[in-house]
Design a protein around this ligand. Structure first.
Ligand code: GAL
Ligand code: ZN
Length: 660
């Protein structure tokens, strides 16, 4: 066993040598050295090669690869290979196959075709994990264990009978009897009252809207079930391979919300995640930054690992654009800016066959004599220089609250507006802050909020009493708390808090809402300054100062934005989604009130983030505009390896300035 590369930002990616002849392995190692790769993730999809028949292991090839990597000084993040079963397993035990909402079996032939509740699958997976841990614990290349891969990516939710039984067990543990479940699920509605546990099913395809709390509990059950699976694999590793850190790669990227990572994160020895740029988003670079800040929040502010991203195109979007020259470096450093100390890719060598043959890699189809591989080598060089900032943390005075469970509830059936997507407001706030050079931690409501100058609570639809109290306490203690519409509406069972919205925050904010007035797609409402879209509501301010009002439509003259002094801080409320300029002006007021300053004075489109440690501080700058930009900063730029006094950034360029 060896330790994780500590002298540099670790650099590497998924390595799938079983797709290549032995001669290529030698070339791989040679090229890895050239690119200064310091780690690989090995064996993610290797089960059918490691265990070609039940209980018969073939470790010879893996021994060879591990030895080669060790000789080259490359650390191995060894997968438990349990992400995808071999065909013999699904053929012998077809009951492990997942079932979709309509009752259709998802057949083998792709990947991750296993039911999260299947005891048969778990037994076989744990046997393989045990065999790998025993064989490789002593291997000098082993530096980390990589459990499974992207849990839930394709096999959650599963609606099979095994899951139905497991769900009932989970519910019995959660609720003190069937009547408690009936209360929590509100089954007085539509004659849904259960009189026997066996009547309870997964939320399979229904005639019309399903019970929202039933669905919410099924989402919780799914996340818990896979977390339990992860814990079981981890327990094997901790016992048989003590001292080697264990992680599993999260997916903190746009549109993925199947697991409550705030419950998963404390079980990781180091938090790791995957991120891919989604080209159909309106602001892909802003989403990348949000993902980094969310991952850092999961890691409780500590450095984290970017396990996978791509050097260029992916293969799973409708159109898969290549990255422009310079973007590979810029995207990678954007993750490092936000706290990544490891930069990994999917994958080392672009496949010749299979459904990912058109997904980019560190070594493209064109081979090492290519612009892409040259950029990869340059990245390797830069990441080596960045070694000095390893372990440093990111400076942030603002918290944006994020709760997967609130998101699940907010996207339940039959809501006031299906145009309101849970991430929308959080992403907008984060993007506008980023345009000002202000960095935010994206954290769970249970995080310690006391150190933040500003706390933003975007569409926190479902909130527990405890979390609502913590938010209030943050304002009392001095934070500027900005709550947006559709927050604090329901409790943990998704029962509406009565007496006027937003029930959980009415007193804190000094406002009361009697009715929502969601806006039609494309509709806007005129405000005193600017306009709002998506949402409006009839707000009464009782004890809060009115900052802006609706200026037209049915709510004409009613308050739209308010502020109330609370303890040593204040509570602000925003009841619509304003246009960017209006929203930005409000954020400016909130930041000023909190005394928040940017990492650097920048124009929108220039990203600025600062990492700091006991040894110094490093200012990350990236120019996302199409014009050259100048930023006042001086020190030594680790990207160009030159001293700087005033930074000039060409379009697309990035700098990491060691300050002082
Ligand atoms: C991830 C996965 C990798 C690869 C990659 C392609 O979801 O973990 O194995 O498929 O996506 O973008
Ligand atoms: Zn199942």
């Amino acid at each position: 066993m060896r330790s994780w590369p500590a002298d540099r930002i670790a650099f590497g990616g998924d390595y799938n040598p079983e797709q290549w002849p032995r001669a290529t392995w030698r070339e791989d190692i040679e090229l890895m050295r050239r690119a200064r790769v310091s780690f690989v993730t090995l064996g993610v999809f290797s089960w059918s090669w490691l265990e070609p028949a039940k209980g018969e292991y073939d470790f010879g090839w893996l021994d060879e690869v591990m030895d080669l990597l060790h000789e080259a000084g490359i650390a191995v993040d060894l997968a438990t290979a349990t992400a995808t079963p071999p065909p013999w397993l699904s053929a012998a035990y077809p009951e492990i196959l997942p079932v979709d909402r309509d009752g259709h079996t998802l057949w083998p032939g792709s990947r991750q075709a296993w039911c999260p509740s299947s005891p048969v699958y778990r037994e076989h997976a744990l046997a393989l994990t045990t065999a790998l841990a025993e064989r490789y614990h002593e291997h000098p290349a082993l530096a980390m264990w990589h459990v499974s891969n992207e849990y839930a990516c394709h096999n959650l939710p599963c609606y099979c009978d095994t899951c139905a039984a497991a769900f009932r067990r989970w519910l019995r543990a959660r609720y003190d009897g069937l009547e408690a479940l009936n209360d929590a699920w509100g089954t007085a509605f539509w004659s849904q009252r259960y009189t026997d546990w066996d009547q309870v099913l997964p939320p399979r395809r229904t005639t019309t809207f399903a019970n929202p709390t039933h669905q919410l509990d099924y989402a919780r059950f799914g996340s818990d079930t896979l977390l339990d699976f992860y814990r079981a694999e981890k327990a094997v590793l901790t016992e048989r391979s003590p001292g080697v850190p264990v992680t599993t790669n999260f997916m903190t990227l746009a549109h993925f919300d199947l697991l409550d990572y705030h419950q998963w994160a404390p079980e990781q020895d180091v938090v790791s995640t995957d991120h891919y740029v989604v080209n159909t988003l309106e602001h892909p670079a802003a989403e990348l930054a949000f993902s980094g800040d969310l991952t850092r929040g999961l890691a409780a502010g500590q450095p984290w690992m970017l396990m996978e991203h791509s050097t260029s195109a992916v293969n799973w979007q409708p159109v898969n654009p290549a990255k422009a020259p310079g973007q590979t470096l810029r995207d990678s450093l954007a993750h490092v800016a936000r706290g990544a100390d490891t930069v990994g890719y999917f994958q080392w060598r672009q496949s010749r066959a299979g459904s990912e043959k058109f997904h980019s890699a560190l070594v493209p189809h064109a081979g090492p004599d290519s612009a892409r591989f040259r950029e990869v080598c340059r990245l390797g060089e830069v990441l080596e220089r960045l070694g000095e900032l390893r372990g440093s943390t990111v400076e942030a005075d603002v918290a944006i609250l994020w709760d997967y469970q609130a998101g699940w509830a907010a996207s339940g059936p039959a809501m006031p507006s299906s145009a309101l997507e849970y991430p929308a407001v959080a992403h907008t706030v984060h993007r506008l802050l980023r345009d000002r050079g202000v960095v935010a931690d994206v954290v769970h409501p249970s995080a310690d909020l006391t150190a933040y100058r500003v706390v933003v609570v975007p569409t926190l639809y479902l909130v527990t009493d405890e979390h609502a109290a913590a938010i209030e306490a943050a304002a009392e203690a001095g934070a500027q708390v900005l709550v947006t519409f559709f927050s604090g509406i329901s409790d943990e069972h998704d029962h509406v808090r009565l007496g006027g919205y937003p029930g959980a925050f009415r007193d804190l904010l000094g406002v009361r809402v009697e009715e929502f007035f969601p806006l039609m797609p494309g509709e806007t409402v005129t405000l005193g300054s600017g306009s709002g879209r998506l949402w409006s509501e009839d707000l009464t301010a009782a004890g809060a100062e009115v900052l802006d009002r609706y200026a037209a439509g049915p709510l004409r003259g009613r308050p739209c934005t308010t502020r109330r002094a609370v303890g040593r801080g204040a509570a602000w409320y925003l009841s619509t989604l304003p246009d960017d300029a209006t929203f930005d002006a409000l954020l400016g007021q909130v930041l000023d009130a909190g005394g928040v300053t940017p990492a650097a004075e920048v124009v929108p489109g220039v990203e600025a983030v600062r990492r700091r440690s006991g040894h110094g501080s490093w200012l990350f700058l990236a120019n996302h505009t199409d014009q050259p930009q100048s930023v006042t900063a001086s020190g030594h730029d680790l990207v160009t390896d030159r001293p700087v006094d005033g930074v000039r950034l060409e379009p697309g360029a990035v700098a990491v300035v060691r300050e002082g």
